[in-house]
Design a protein around this ligand. Structure first.
Ligand code: NAD
Length: 600
């Protein structure tokens, strides 16, 4: 239930707020309250850690001032409202205390027992825990009915979601008051039950852990994994960058708790997380995690020994490119390559389809001109470089062939075998497949070393990402050549191995599947889950919005492919998704999916 709707239900006035622990989250929470006019007491155990905590608040508000988001005098007034102290006694007359110390149950229970003794009877005690049981924390006090979860997101001053966690003993009035308070802070509260990870982290951390696993297995580089998710899904940060921001120790504890509660193998922390944590590589806060930063707490990434430079292999010269297919992807790729200055031969089955491809390209180029993205000369030049034909034989002198026909193994294999006969030696054969093995197509030719995957995203003229898929047989200079073509066409190539889902779909679809499972378990509804991911993690779309756009049948097919490849029980498609597909509720295209779109 999104508490926005009943934010008037809260009747209590909160004035004095305590925050215990001024690390990554606590410092941000202090800032949020103080900027909203509350009197705040921030507590750290030692003078040294207190100075660090104050430093976090100073740095963050300085940044806000320098970006014009906070007036200098407001910054001063805000600091006047904050008391920094090492004495818990100063919390005695707080109306609400938010705890934000490290994610360990024993430590949190100890702090809550102390707070219970020190604070007034009516003080509400809240924990910012991401995954620990609020119930277990609450019973360390004599007032479990006045203990809630108040889970802010990182960075707290920026992200608007607050998950308000209600245990079986929390008084309804306390929950309403805290939700209303979150609303007054300009946040969007969501009230939910006490389950490890709540909504957002329960969906986020399986995905983050999976990305760590890919990195650990050297399936792709850290830069490529991060770029793939940012450019392929429009996420504000890549998963490894995000883990560095969250803190690897915090992330480890969250995964460990989630694993212990749900026994889902996908939450078992990837071994490298523990190693990095033990080695003190805890992310931005220590200056090093997956990336190396200029200094502890700095967001500026500096080059380090891990950074890989692409091997210096000369690319094969590419000027003539053939594209086979007549669908959306084919037309988009033809446009991208013609605009980039390549001579493009577009092959479709029959004169009508050839004309349709040319028309689609012309229409899209025209739109570019109308939007001022392309000059008329550029449009004309691109069209003049496009040659349409129904004859595969016309591809004989192409340097690169991009296949974008229907996603069916036998059809693609037959095409690759024909291309193998027609194309000149040394020509590169690329496939845009999203779910088939590239090696299965390579094996249909006598030149597997020249076969590579080039996975564009839809719409190809807009989406910057191209996954360049190397098989066990692909030659180094073939990868280099395809990368060069992508770069010349203004795309961002990322390299990965030949496994189901490549980088993006392999990370995205298990997460979407988890969202469906959460819905099916009735932990939260469609709107709350979508909101949690948008407002809490800055995602452009919630999981159900995205599933409805992609199409439930398409999503189910991808999930099945992933499940078949990895045999990971957690990847088995959620029965609810299967039922919706069986019922013909395929998403926007049929007017109904997870939401009813008819009449919208
Ligand atoms: N990092 C995130 O992205 C994130 C997001 C949401 C919630 N959380 C949760 O917030 C909590 C804090 O996480 P963090 O990332 O800010 O950790 P952190 O390690 O950055 O900060 C913890 C702070 O608590 C202080 N501390 C330790 N013991 C204390 C005590 N007894 N009294 C007062 N202060 C004490 C430490 O000195 C440190 O400054 C955890 O429960 C975490 O799960 C974290």
């Amino acid at each position: 239930m999104t508490a926005e709707s009943n934010s008037t239900a809260g009747s209590r006035e909160f004035h004095r707020i305590g925050v215990v622990g001024l690390g990554t989250m606590g410092a941000g929470i202090v800032e949020v309250f103080a900027r909203n006019g509350f009197e705040v007491v921030g507590v750290e155990p030692s003078e040294e850690s207190l100075a660090r905590g104050r430093g976090h608040v100073e740095n963050s508000t300085h940044r806000a001032v320098s970006r014009g988001k906070l007036a200098a005098e407001d910054q001063q007034a805000m600091f006047d409202r904050i008391t920094f102290t090492t004495s818990m006694e100063e919390l005695a007359d707080a109306d609400l205390v938010v705890e934000a110390i490290p994610e360990r149950l024993d430590l949190k229970r100890e702090v809550f027992a102390t707070l219970d003794k020190l604070c007034r009877d009516d003080t509400v005690l809240a924990t910012n825990t991401s995954s620990l049981s609020v119930t277990e924390i609450s019973v360390a006090t004599a007032r479990p009915s006045r203990v809630v979860g108040m889970h802010f997101f990182n960075p707290a001053p920026v992200l608007k979601l607050v998950e308000v966690v209600q245990t079986v003993v929390t008084e309804q009035q306390v929950v309403d008051d805290v939700a209303a308070l979150a609303g007054r802070l300009g946040k969007v509260p969501v009230v939910i039950g006490d389950k490890a990870g709540f909504i957002a982290n329960a969906l986020l951390f399986g995905y983050l852990n999976h990305a760590v696993g890919m990195y650990e297995a050297r399936y792709a580089t850290r830069e490529d994994i991060d770029a793939a998710m940012k450019l392929g899904c429009g996420l504000p940060m890549g998963p490894l960058q995000l883990l560095d921001l969250i803190g690897l120790d915090t992330a480890y504890e969250i995964l460990d708790t989630m694993y212990k509660q749900g026994r889902d193998r996908l939450h078992a922390p990837a071994p490298i997380l523990k190693q990095m944590m033990t080695a003190g590589l805890r992310g931005r806060k220590t200056g090093r995690g997956f990336y190396t930063y200029e200094a502890p707490d700095s967001p500026v990434v500096v080059p380090d020994a891990v950074a890989v430079t692409a091997p210096e292999v000369p690319a094969r010269p590419v000027q003539r490119v053939g594209v086979v297919g007549s669908g959306t992807m084919a037309a988009g790729i033809v446009e991208v390559l013609a605009k980039a200055g390549y001579d493009v031969t577009a092959v479709a089955r029959g004169a009508e389809k050839v004309a349709a491809v040319r028309q689609a390209v012309a229409r899209s180029l025209e739109k570019g001109v109308l939007r001022g993205k392309l000059s008329e000369q550029e449009r004309d030049a691109a069209l003049s470089r496009l040659h349409g034909t129904a004859r595969l034989d016309d591809l004989a002198d192409c340097d690169l062939l991009v296949e974008a026909v229907v996603e069916e193994l036998s059809i693609k294999q037959a095409l690759f075998s024909t291309l193998d006969e027609i194309c000149k030696p040394g020509a590169i054969l690329a496939t845009t497949t999203s779910s088939l093995g590239v090696i299965d197509l390579a094996a249909a030719t006598s030149r597997p070393q020249d076969v590579v995957g080039m996975h564009f995203f839809n719409p190809a003229p807009v989406m910057k990402l191209v996954e360049v898929v190397r098989t066990v047989s692909t030659a180094e200079d073939v990868v280099a050549s395809v990368r060069e073509v992508c770069e010349r066409a203004g795309k961002h190539p990322v390299e990965c191995g030949d496994r189901a889902g490549f980088v993006v779909n392999a990370l995205l679809f298990p997460y979407l599947n988890d969202a469906v499972k959460m819905l099916q378990a009735r932990y939260a509804d469609v709107d709350d889950i979508d909101n949690a991911m948008k407002v809490g993690c800055g995602y452009p779309m919630g999981p159900f919005e995205l599933l409805d756009v992609v199409g439930l049948d398409v999503s189910l097919a991808i999930e099945r492919t992933l499940y078949l490849e990895y045999r990971e029980p957690g990847y088995a498609p959620a029965p609810l998704l299967e039922h919706l597909v069986t019922a013909g509720y395929l998403g926007r295209k049929t007017g109904r999916g997870f939401r009813d779109h008819a009449g919208r």
